[in-house]
Design a protein around this ligand. Structure first.
Ligand code: HEM
Length: 220
């Protein structure tokens, strides 16, 4: 198999998997928008169920490997493209915005990767690895993940950081999803138009959803 095609296929397949993860992750984080007495129990029970389920544990490892492979091969392609100019990512240059995004996928992807590292340090390292300050237990004996989230978003700098990052996230998802469908062999013109619309709607929902939740929690 052509090495470039192999790398793009890995990026596309892991990217689609990460897109599905984000739908589940955003849906779960919408619990934070409910009144506190319901939200705390629901969020903490959900988080405990995820951590303790053997199946979800396997899916979590697939998730970590996907993030690493996606970032690694994307970086490799970006560096090769920079050397070999002007060959670029597979994309439909149908409008100005997608051209700017496609030309800056490396930069946008790096910003998102940096965000993920900070985000994992904020939550995952504390909750799953027990690093840093101890996470309190709630009245049901579950780790109080709601409290961890709530207290992080009492800090306006984190709120602004999470909200700002949702812009490159939305741009990356919009372009990435469209490109993934093409890389995986969807060439039908009408079908691609529909998929481009789905990609746009998906990116807007993810961007607005992840961008607005920290603000709502801050003002709760
Ligand atoms: C409103 C914004 C967000 C909130 C409140 C939030 C909250 C959380 C929490 C609480 C966890 C730890 C879950 C647990 O172990 O019980 C987590 C994990 C994670 N988050 Fe987020 N998240 C947000 C946005 C994002 C975004 C935008 C991404 C990706 C671009 C992301 C990627 C991840 C990943 C990869 C994990 C590790 C999952 C695992 O270990 O199973 N999150 N998030």
């Amino acid at each position: 198999m052509n090495p470039l095609f192999f790398r793009k296929t890995i990026i596309a397949a892991t990217g689609l998997f990460l897109c599905v993860f984000l739908i589940v992750h955003l849906s779960a984080n919408c619990i934070l928008l409910l009144p506190e007495d319901i939200a705390r129990d629901l969020y903490n029970s959900y988080s405990t169920t995820l951590r303790e389920s053997p199946l979800i544990k396997i899916i979590a490892y697939v998730l970590y490997v996907s993030i690493i492979l996606h970032a690694f091969y994307a970086l490799l392609i970006t560096l090769r493209n920079r050397k070999a100019k002007p060959q670029k990512y597979v994309v439909n240059h149908s409008n100005e915005n997608s051209t700017w995004t496609s030309q800056n996928m490396g930069l946008i992807g790096t910003l998102i990767l940096l965000f993920i590292i900070v985000h994992l340090a904020n939550f995952w390292a504390r909750i799953k690895l027990g690093m840093g300050e101890d996470v309190r237990l709630d009245h049901m004996g579950n780790k109080d993940v709601y409290e961890v989230t709530y207290s992080l978003f009492q800090n306006i700098y984190f709120v602004i950081f999470y909200t700002l990052i949702s812009i490159p996230l939305a741009l990356h998802l919009h372009h990435g999803l469209k490109s993934a469908f093409k890389t995986l062999g969807f060439y039908h013109k009408k079908g691609l138009k529909i998929l481009a619309k789905i990609s746009l709607i998906y990116a807007i929902i993810m961007g607005v959803g992840f961008g607005i939740i920290p603000f709502i929690v801050y003002f709760k």
